[in-house]
Structures are given as C-alpha cells and as structure tokens.
Design a protein around this ligand. Structure first.
Ligand code: EPZ
Length: 427
C-alpha cells in the first residue's frame, strides 16, 4: 500500500488550484438518475469516491462518460445518462465502500417507484444512522422495510408531497428528500433543511434540470413536484473543505498560499476563527490568499456546527494547527460522536491533547516530531499530513487510500508550494 512521506519544516508558498467539491459532486451525480436525458457536470474532482459512485451508477444502467485529464481542471467533466434504469438495487459491496451511495435511494424511488439499497453501517466517525432519510420518504408515501441489511422501498403509485420537519440538520437527508421531492406529486416543504453549500449546489442543478425549488440557501426548501426533469450542464462548486485544509497548511507552516478558485464566502467561519489565531485572508479575483507572515499562532476555541458554522470536516485539521499554537484551544465537536480519532496519532507526534467527551483541550507545544502515523478516515488522515508539514524529522502516513477518497493529488499540490512530500509506492 502507498505511503506519504513528509519531511517537515518548510513554510509553504505558492498557488494551489482548488478542485470541485467531493461532497457536491456525489449528490449531483446521483441526480442524474432523475432524468432520462444527459446531465453534464464540469469541474469534476478526480477522486476514489467519484470512481466508486460512477461504478454504482453504471450498475443501475447509467451511461457514464468521463472527459478530460487531470490537467484540464475545471473543464474536466462527466456526462451521465440514465436513459433506462436497469437495476434498482445498490448492493452491499459498493455501499459499504462509501456511505454517500445511500443518496441513490431518493432518486431511484422517485423515478422508478422502487429501490433496494444496502443499509450503510457505522463508520470511523460515528454510528451515522439514515433514519431521517427513511422517515422522510415514508412521509412522502413510500412503504419501507428493513430486511437482511437492505432498505427495501416501494412507492408503486409514486411519491406525494409532504411537510417534513427535520429534528436535526442532516446534509444527506436533505439531499435525498430534495431529489425525491422534485418528481413527487404536489408540494414538499423541508423544514430545518441543511444549508451547506453542497446542498445549495444540488438545488441549483435540480432547478437547471427543470425542478421547482424555492428557498434555496435557507432553512426551508419548498419543492413543487414536476412530471419530468431534463438534462443540464452544471459546474460543481469549488471544494470549501479542500480550500480550508490548504489554508491551514499555510497557517501551520507560517507560509502564504493563493487558493485559486476558492470562495471566501464559503469559508467565512473558518477565516474568522483562523484570523483570531493570527492568519490573514484576502479575497482576490482568482480566489483567496492566506498567509501567516510572522508571529506565532495563537490558541483559539472552535465549535463545529452546521453551515454557516465551522465545519466538522475541518475540525481535525484545525486541531493539528492548534497543536503548536501559543496557549490553549478548546475544540468541540457537535456533529459526530466519535470524530477524535486523530488525537492519539497527533499525540504520538508530540501534541498535548486531552479529550473530555465532545471537547478536546489542545495545549500548544513548541514543536512536533515526525513519526509513522495512520488514520481511519479522510479528514483525520489529512490532519496528520498538516502536522507532518511542520514536524521536525520525517512523518510517514500509512493507509493513504483514505486521503485519495477526498483529496486530489494532494502531495503534488503541496510539493508545488515547497513541501518536502512524496508518495512512496511499494516495490
Ligand atoms: C455529509 O455527511 C458529508 N458527506 C460529510 O462529509 C460531513 O461530515 C457531514 O455531511 C456533515 O457536514 C457527504 O456530503 C458525502 P449528516 P452526511 O447527515 O450527510 C446524524 C467528509 O469527510 N444523522 O449531515 O452523512 C448523523 O449521524 C464527510 O467528507 C442522523 O442521526 O452527514 C450525524 O451525527 C464525512 N440520522 C449528523 O446527523 C440521519 O438519518 C449529521 O449528519 C442522518 C444523519
């Protein structure tokens, strides 16, 4: 298995092109199931999760044509054509690889009146149930049974609009029900809907496909079902989590990085917190410049929240940044119950972190030291890369496949800014 080897200590300087957002691309790809016409998505990131979803869609009968190479960047695209859906089962083998596969449930049910989707199990960051997806679809008239590890859903007479009040904010449930509602009979109102930019991107694409959606970007989405959707061409929103991660690479190494294509309005909460820690953000025509010219990082408290709050997907990276800050930082995770898997690995690099329930107290240390490390999820893995960039000596990150799920060519992007980082392939 590949490893990433980093020799820490270089301040990063340069420009990094931010890719299309993984967490927008995945639901957008499943939206192709809603129409028999072609959906074209540009700015497609080149990631393992995208390939997994393409395989799943292919076995539902969707024609998947990917165009463009890595160098094409924003022009890289995928054309998805679900002229005929040949199979409404999402099998265990694919769903267990990637939980976002459950996003085929709403579109398949809305288009075909039936779907059989393997229940995603728990994962490294929490139990992650899908009860809100299921309850919402039941409110829209679906008959759903859980049998032999599968969600068996049927709506022989189609789905009907309903008022669905989410008891908590869920990105995936909002996306699944939003897609289902576009083809339902009548009006669906999603109350306490997620407002994440990836949800907004999906809603905009659905509108381009002929859906009627009001309240995009707000807590309440009102969808008037239509008989059919048509094709569209949609550019995937830039990845705010990738942008935030590289902003933190600039912060932790005391460097200066221009995040090309990044949008400051999507990382406001991150910019605000990092500004308090001594990092400067500047909006530019081509993106956002992030710098920590001089002075030490200062410990700041952070609490994860649904958008527009500080994202849980940047919590691990922020913790890495705080390990060498002056003073202490209290980092509280409110979205997932078990998202501190990076703590023991950061501690092996010399970090001083105490976890009490949902909060981690990080006391800044003068330096980290390189070590062999590994993590069990994507963002925890990248937090170890950030720590490795500033640690003395060599850090070797194992289980790189987690990184490849969500960061496109991360070692090349960091190396172009002066990081001493390489991918080591087994002989
Ligand atoms: C999305 O996951 C993202 N994944 C996650 O990104 C992200 O961490 C998360 O949203 C929160 O922002 C994709 O977009 C593909 P949720 P999702 O439903 O939709 C609970 C990454 O690193 N919940 O908003 O699965 C759930 O357990 C990843 O890129 C229920 O209880 O997240 C969690 O505690 C990981 N019942 C909370 O809600 C449900 O039916 C928020 O989860 C659904 C969710």
């Amino acid at each position: 298995m590949d490893k990433i080897r980093i020799r820490g200590g270089n301040p990063l300087r340069g420009t990094i092109a931010i890719s299309g957002a993984k967490n927008a691309a995945l639901p957008l790809m499943t939206a192709s199931l809603l129409t028999d016409h072609t959906l074209t998505l540009t700015n497609l990131p080149d990631l393992a999760d995208i390939a997994t979803l393409a395989t799943l869609l292919d076995q539902h009968g969707v024609g998947v044509v990917r165009n463009g190479s890595v160098e094409d960047g924003v022009r890289r695209n995928v054309q998805l054509t679900a002229a005929t859906i040949t199979n409404t089962t999402a099998p265990y083998d694919l769903v267990r690889k990637m939980r976002a596969s459950v996003l085929v449930l709403g579109p398949l049910l809305a288009r075909c009146g039936q779907a059989r989707v393997s229940q995603p199990g728990g994962c490294a960051i929490g139990t992650r149930p899908v009860d809100l997806h299921i309850k919402g679809l039941q409110q829209m008239g679906a008959e759903i049974e859980l049998e032999s590890g599968y969600i068996e859903a049927r709506a022989p007479r189609g789905l009907t609009g309903a008022q669905i009040v989410f008891p908590m904010v869920s990105v995936g449930a909002t996306e699944n029900l939003l897609m289902a509602a576009t083809l339902a009979r009548g009006r669906t109102v999603l109350v306490n809907a997620a407002r994440e930019p990836e949800v907004t991107d999906l809603a905009r694409c659905l509108v381009a496909m002929g859906a009627s959606i009001e309240g995009i970007g707000s807590h309440t989405l009102t969808v008037d079902g239509v008989d059919r959707l048509h094709g569209a061409c949609h550019a995937i929103v830039p990845d705010r989590i990738e942008a935030g991660t590289f902003a933190m690479a600039a912060a932790i190494t005391g460097g200066e990085i221009v995040l090309r294509h990044a949008r400051l309005d999507l990382i406001q909460a991150v910019a605000k917190i990092l500004s308090g820690a001594g990092v400067a953000f500047e909006e530019r025509d081509d993106g956002v410049k992030v710098s920590r010219a001089d002075g030490a990082l200062i410990g700041v408290d952070v609490m994860t929240e649904p958008f527009p709050g500080f994202p849980t997907d940047l919590q691990a990276q922020m913790m890495a940044v705080m390990t060498t800050a002056q003073g202490a930082a209290m980092i509280t995770e409110t979205i997932f119950e078990n998202r501190f898997m990076h703590v023991p690995e950061l501690a092996r690099m010399g970090a001083n972190i105490t976890v009490h329930q949902a909060s981690a107290l990080v006391r800044g240390v003068p330096r980290l030291t390189g070590a062999p490390v590994m993590a069990t999820d994507l963002r925890a893995s990248v937090s170890l890369v950030l720590a490795g960039l500033v640690a003395e000596g060599t850090t070797e990150l194992n289980r790189v496949y987690h990184l490849d799920r969500g960061y496109e060519r991360i070692e090349a992007k960091l190396a172009a800014c002066g990081a001493d980082i390489e991918r080591v392939r087994p002989n």
